[in-house]
Design a protein around this ligand. Structure first.
Ligand code: DON
Length: 579
């Protein structure tokens, strides 16, 4: 986006009818900008214990296993991540990518490792268009034409070389063992296979792997993946080179081409992870360290926290708090799609979007007791969600932190497996605006800033984050498509209110994303009276039957010197522990 349009937005927001009928709230007037009043807290000290929360018990266990062998949080991040790639292939894997937010205790460095997939060099919008110029949904999400160049293998190599204490082979050992020996099939795993069955059946290797004997593996039966064990062994022995170059890369390229994809050996050889500066924001004495572009999460979080910093939420009723939070969500999501893309290719007004001054303009447009209609806000940007990504949080005894969100995008990614490799390729190309203005699988639209061009990384919602206060430190994140960002916002607000990690992850959630102009709520998110009060303010509240997210959080209370961990009770495979 161009900076000028932001200013236009601020002016429009402050001016449009319905926004400024009443004077802004007292707090908003007295605190127009969110400038911190004192130095932000830093991460000092030593928890003395490790904490890990992930979507699968075997992955959490693998993290503790490598820590017991002398590894640190970053070795554990490899172990947990690679085991998730084995036991939760519906969510993430070697054929996908992710974001790794790291804090290194020894020198206090925060770094964001971007292992997002990249667009193959031959990418151009027409490849995903049908004869009428409309987005061909089958091509955007099924088979290798929907796959970006994976980032996860390069991430593990990088983590081991630059941050870990153990050789890569040792951190990958639990994943290799579990892939070879197998694990008990659980309901989310075989449900995912059922969902993707028709597409899996199109190509023999994926069909043989996920539908052995033509059947969905039975819950409780042992499912193994020796091909994936071999692929991981290859990476353990040769590092990223074993995946991105040579004979293995050639096999991937040939199989992708035979099934209609556009990968080349050069695309694979050119893949690199990027170290990026995290987005850092201060909110009421807390410091939040979070995901920069190509994630949209950190910028949206900064906008929402900056808006909310003008109100003393603790002094407000629950309904007022929810109303103000929804209005902050509405405004941040309006900006999200229009402006953001791969920072290496797109010039973005990050400083403006995350500035307290910009938030003050947005805040001035919030009516204290009336919902703003999304139609009244300029810009556009629709719906989404999903449960096919994974997040895990790690803290080691020395205070190293890792917040990792990784994905193959939709359930089982593209559902395409190259014979003999044991992993699905992602369908992350659908996170690009493949055709300008035409919605992707999440209903998200975009334009040039997120166009599928050679080497670019598609815009993401994944938002791994750290929350740092005087006394308490939290590591947080979740899957959930576009709902990720509001879940992380609500999770952080709950932590700031004093919740323990296990309570943060359990809290009922609500969500607003500008369009559709609806507040989605999990069952029990609001009382009947709260729903009525919000409805009276003009909010359309949609209390669904279903829940969303799979949040995993760890935390450390420096005052009481206690370490806590919580994994989302919405999913029974998840596991959090402290040792
Ligand atoms: O990067 C993104 O924003 C999406 N590929 C994430 C997909 C997701 O979270 C799916 N559902 N949980």
């Amino acid at each position: 986006m161009r900076s000028s349009s932001i200013l236009t937005v601020v002016v429009l927001c402050a001016a449009f009818a319905g926004c400024t009928h009443e004077a802004p709230t007292r707090e908003a007037q007295s605190q127009p900008a969110a400038a911190p009043t004192k130095a932000p807290p830093t991460l000092a000290g030593r928890p003395g214990k490790a904490a890990i929360a992930s979507a699968h018990a075997l992955a959490t266990e693998a993290g503790f296993e490598v820590i017991a062998k002398g590894g640190n949080a970053f070795d554990a991040a490899i172990a947990v991540g690679s085991v998730l790639s084995v036991v939760e292939p519906q969510s993430s894997g070697i054929g996908g990518g992710g974001f790794f937010l790291l804090h290194r205790a020894a020198d206090g460095r925060d770094v964001f490792l971007d292992a997002r997939e990249t667009a193959p060099a031959a990418s151009r919008s027409e490849l995903w268009a049908d004869a009428d110029g409309k987005l061909d949904r089958d091509k955007s999400i099924n088979g290798p034409i929907s796959s970006g160049i994976p980032g996860e293998p390069a991430a593990y190599d990088w983590l081991a070389k630059h941050y870990g204490k153990l050789p890569l082979a040792e951190s990958l050992a639990p994943a290799i063992r579990i892939a070879r020996e197998g694990f008990p099939v659980y309901s989310r795993f075989n449900r995912s296979i059922g969902m993707r069955r028709p597409v899996l059946e199109r190509w023999p290797a994926g069909k043989a792997l996920f539908l052995p004997g033509g059947e969905i593996p039975a819950e409780g039966s042992l499912w193994s993946n020796p091909d994936l064990a071999s692929t991981l062994e290859r990476i353990a022995e040769h590092g990223a080179t074993g995946f991105y170059r040579g004979e293995f890369a050639g096999r991937l390229v040939d199989a992708v081409a035979a099934a209609g994809g556009i990968w080349t050996r050069e695309d694979l050889a050119a893949y690199v992870v990027k170290e990026r500066e995290p987005i850092t924001l201060d909110y009421r004495g807390w410091r939040i360290v979070t995901a920069p572009p190509p994630s949209s999460g950190g910028i949206a979080l900064a906008e929402m926290f900056n808006i909310l910093s003008g109100y003393d939420l603790a002094q407000r009723s629950r309904v007022e708090r929810v109303h103000l939070t929804i209005e902050a969500m509405r405004r941040a999501y309006r900006d999200r799609a229009e402006y953001l893309g791969d920072p290496d290719y797109v010039k973005m007004p990050v400083a403006e979007l995350t500035s307290p001054l910009y938030a003050a303009g947005l805040r001035a447009s919030i009516h204290p007791s009336k919902a703003t209609s999304s139609d009244a806000l300029p810009g556009y940007m629709p719906p989404t969600e999903g449960e096919h990504t994974t997040h895990y949080s790690i803290m080691d005894a020395d205070g190293n932190l890792a917040a990792v969100t990784k994905t193959v995008n939709l359930t089982l990614g593209s559902a395409f497996v190259v014979e003999g490799t044991g992993f699905v390729l992602n369908n992350e190309m659908d996170d690009f605006a493949l055709l300008p203005g035409q919605p992707n699988a999440f209903g998200l639209v975009g334009g040039e800033a997120n166009a599928p061009k050679s080497g670019r990384r598609p815009l993401s919602s994944m938002t791994p984050s750290f929350v740092i206060g005087e006394d308490r430190v939290g590591v947080i994140g979740t899957p959930g498509g576009s709902r990720i960002i509001t879940m992380v916002l609500e999770g952080i607000l709950a932590y700031l209110d004093g919740d323990e990690p296990k309570d943060v992850v359990a809290r009922p959630r609500y969500h607003h994303q500008y369009l559709p102009d609806v507040v989605s709520a999990e069952p029990r998110a609001f009382t009947r009276d709260e729903t009525k009060a919000l409805t009276d303010m003009g909010h359309v509240v949609n209390e669904g039957e279903r829940t969303w997210g799979l949040m995993n959080m760890v935390g450390w209370n420096r005052r009481t010197n206690t370490v806590g961990a919580g994994s989302d009770p919405r999913e029974e495979s998840s596991r959090a522990d402290v040792r």
